[in-house]
Design a protein around this ligand. Structure first.
Ligand code: MLT
Length: 263
């Protein structure tokens, strides 16, 4: 891990391997460890950049609101701090995908290929926005326990829950240890995010969309429809995986990533 100063905040970042840069953006409310199997395998062929987003993992917390656009701008500054000025491959899971859409929208010249895992393009409806805002208030009041109870069963496929308790427990610990302030800010940021659906036909760079077959948070059929609206996209379903496909079935995910990136 490396500590990198981005503006006034110190970020915890994995910067491992040589080759084309591949920036991995974690989901909510996790950290870079959700990419552990991609970092280990793909850093043999790529320069993997896997940060803890502002306020998550061991990166500094700011008390400012955090929109998906703010996260995207943070990542653009991080690439500059790392001396990377050529276009990069970006891979985001779920909230990381929302940030990746914004990255494309705000910094298209910085992006060569886009990988979206277990995410959606549509914005929240009013009901989901209200639930997120209520959850943000509750986490600030009560801490992270209730959120872990609520989210962990939804993150994984039934088989992962039953047979990979070490992985599930490690994810629970990351969630429990995340700052309630960061969680609340990200929830409010997700509630207010832009709808990326209208952007899809304009995304002309190559894109790969992956989704766990039993993802109950961002369903596979919805990701397939996103892929159909993009001009140069591939869509791959990941068996034996729910919302955390890269963590649950790294062999199949890494093969798809390697095929797409030409390694
Ligand atoms: C995530 O995994 O990042 C979240 O489930 C995204 C969301 O709540 O929409």
């Amino acid at each position: 891990m490396t500590n990198i100063n981005v503006g006034e905040l110190c970020w915890n970042v994995v910067d491992q391997g040589v080759g084309q840069p591949l920036l991995l953006i974690h989901g909510f409310p996790l950290d870079h460890t959700m990419w552990q199997f991609q970092i280990e395998d793909l850093s043999r062929d790529f320069r993997i950049i896997a940060p803890d987003l502002r306020g998550f993992g061991s990166s500094d917390l700011s008390d400012a609101p955090m929109s998906m656009a703010d996260f995207a701008d943070d990542l653009e500054r991080l690439l500059t701090e790392l001396g990377i000025d050529s276009p990069v491959n970006i891979c985001g899971l779920s909230m990381g995908g929302y940030i990746a859409w914004e990255f494309w929208h705000r910094h298209p010249q910085r992006l060569s290929r886009l990988i979206l895992c277990d995410t959606r393009a549509a914005a929240d409806n009013t009901e989901t926005q209200n639930t997120r805002r209520a959850t943000a208030e509750r986490v600030l009041r009560d801490g992270t326990d209730f959120l872990a109870k609520m989210m962990i069963p939804k993150l994984f496929d039934q088989e992962t829950l039953a047979q990979n308790s070490a992985l599930v427990e490690a994810t629970r610990q990351v969630l429990l240890g995340t700052s309630p302030v960061a969680i609340a800010a990200a929830l409010n940021g997700m509630a207010e995010r832009e709808d990326a659906t209208d952007w899809l036909p304009d995304i002309r760079i190559p894109a790969l969309l992956l989704c766990g077959v039993s993802d109950s948070i961002t369903p596979a059929e919805e990701m397939q429809r996103i892929a159909e609206q993009m001009s140069d996209s591939q869509y791959v379903t990941i068996p034996q995986a729910g919302h955390m496909a890269p963590l649950e079935n790294p062999q199949v995910c890494n093969r798809a990533l390697r095929d797409f990136l030409g390694a």
